[in-house]
Design a protein around this ligand. Structure first.
Ligand SMILES: Cc1cc2nc3c(=O)[nH]c(=O)nc-3n(C[C@H](O)[C@H](O)[C@H](O)COP(=O)(O)O)c2cc1C
Length: 201
């Protein structure tokens, strides 16, 4: 089985050095993201790059507060909530750069029924995933490490408001980016059981 080396090279890295990520590279990676396939030739994405400490703090606090309230309603203990939200805050502060992938309805079709609106939104979300993968592949190509972090998809409005983004931009993907910490050892990539994952008809 042969996977192209540029695809194989991307791994999720969760620990970084302090080295700054040049803005020019971030814009290159966002440009790469924007070459992803998209429904109706639209680009229903907006990318927000965050590198200042104050903006990271705002984002970390906004999302941690939203998560805390979810965990409280799940009946999770205060101690565990503190542990989880602190780790989440650390993830944001420990990343030299962050790119948030947001969805908008710009360019998408609107329908009179919920079923088709949900399908349309699903299509946009799929295309955001393709864009995020492009971004991460481009990071890896330039020797930088990244990891997709799920948190904003659970609290898009909180992430949006924490950064003062337009109401129509809903953050759904967060990518933390930096130079890989030298000590970081990723998990080996598990084998790919094609017999379970692929049905040839
Ligand atoms: C939608 C999505 C959300 C993810 N969220 C997280 C996350 O919150 N934290 C994390 O450490 N990794 C997260 N990951 C990364 C996966 O854990 C990782 O891609 C997977 O383990 C495969 O490893 P690899 O990317 O090194 O090949 C996420 C990946 C995707 C696609």
């Amino acid at each position: 089985m042969t996977v192209p080396a540029f695809i194989e090279a991307r791994r999720s890295i969760r620990s970084f050095t302090d080295r700054e990520v040049p803005n020019a590279l971030i814009t290159d990676w966002i440009t790469a993201a924007c070459t992803a396939p998209a429904p109706h030739h639209s680009r229903p994405w907006r990318f927000v790059s965050v590198s200042s400490k104050s903006r990271k703090e705002a984002l970390a606090t906004g999302m941690a507060d939203a998560w805390k309230s979810d965990l409280e309603s799940d009946g999770v203990s205060d101690e565990r909530i503190y542990e989880l939200t602190s780790a989440s805050r650390e993830k944001i502060h420990g990343a030299p750069a962050i790119v948030l992938g947001c969805l908008t309805w710009d360019g998408l079709d609107r329908y009179q029924d919920e079923r088709r609106n949900t399908a349309e939104f699903g299509m946009a979300l799929l295309s955001l995933g393709a864009a995020v993968e492009n971004l991460m592949l481009a990071c890896a190509h330039d020797g930088f490490a990244s990891c997709w972090v799920a948190s904003p998809i659970f609290c898009p409005e909180a992430a949006r408001d924490a950064l003062g983004l337009p109401q129509t931009w809903l953050p759904h993907a967060m990518v933390v980016i930096g130079e890989a910490a030298p000590h970081y050892v990723g998990r080996p990539r598990p084998p790919i059981p094609l017999e379970d994952l692929h049905l040839g008809l």
